[in-house]
Design a protein around this ligand. Structure first.
Ligand SMILES: [Fe+2]
Length: 219
């Protein structure tokens, strides 16, 4: 796995919709967060078995967390078998997720796992859930799934099976957090990720998304 921040590692990138040179292509990955209270894997990856030794060296795994149904895959069951780490997702996503893999625990938002806080953010899917991690080093991470992600240098949202008003409400919720690093499950184009060095920058890009939604756009 590749270290992308303190305590945070990215699996090998996948290109779920293929890759054409010269065109912006989507990339996805799973992420390992190493914490004193236990390690957590966010999202899923078809390459994750190749990371098992690495995860073991980092102390194993306590939980797997999904933002929403599109991240579900049979590879989560392989992780469960290896590390006995239950998969956690929102109860409104559980039925769809269970078509691909075992759901170990459902949440409804507001739960806390060590320093990880679950925040229900419907809009992309009914049970979309962001995970906010407050770290001692001040580099707070938001695992945003497909709720909020970079595409060709612009942060955006996609309403898939949700409503505009729900998405606006969700964005207003995460806007209040002190976030320096947003880790989506899917992203396209370059640059890869953006660290929000200035506090206002994070709020500014969320406000841009809200204003597009208020104009009736769905992205
Ligand atoms: Fe999605």
């Amino acid at each position: 796995m590749k270290r992308i921040a303190e305590n945070l590692y990215q699996s090998q990138l996948d290109f779920p919709f293929g890759k054409k040179e010269g065109e912006p292509f989507c990339r996805s990955a799973a992420y390992l967060l190493v914490t004193l209270s236990g390690n957590t894997l966010f999202y899923s990856s078809k390459y994750i078995e190749g990371d098992f030794d690495f995860i073991l060296k980092k102390g194993g795994l306590s939980f797997q967390m999904l933002n929403h149904r599109h991240e579900s895959s049979p590879y989560s069951d392989k992780v469960l078998e290896k590390f006995n780490a239950p998969l956690i997702c929102h109860h409104l996503e559980a039925k769809e997720v269970a078509k691909e893999c075992k759901v170990g625990q459902t949440i409804s938002g507001g739960e806390v796992f060590g320093n990880i806080q679950a925040i229900h953010t419907p809009g992309h899917c009914p049970g979309s859930t962001c995970f906010f991690v407050e770290q001692d080093n001040g580099e707070n991470i938001l695992f945003s799934g497909d709720t909020f992600y970079p595409c060709e240098g612009q942060w955006r949202v996609t309403i898939f099976d949700g409503k505009q008003e729900e998405m606006i409400h969700s964005l207003k919720k995460i806007r209040e957090l002190e976030v320096s690093f947003v880790v989506p499950s899917l992203y396209a184009g370059y640059p890869d990720f953006e660290k929000f060095e200035a506090r206002d920058r994070y709020r500014y890009v969320i406000d841009e998304c809200i204003s597009r939604l208020e104009k009736g756009e769905r992205h």
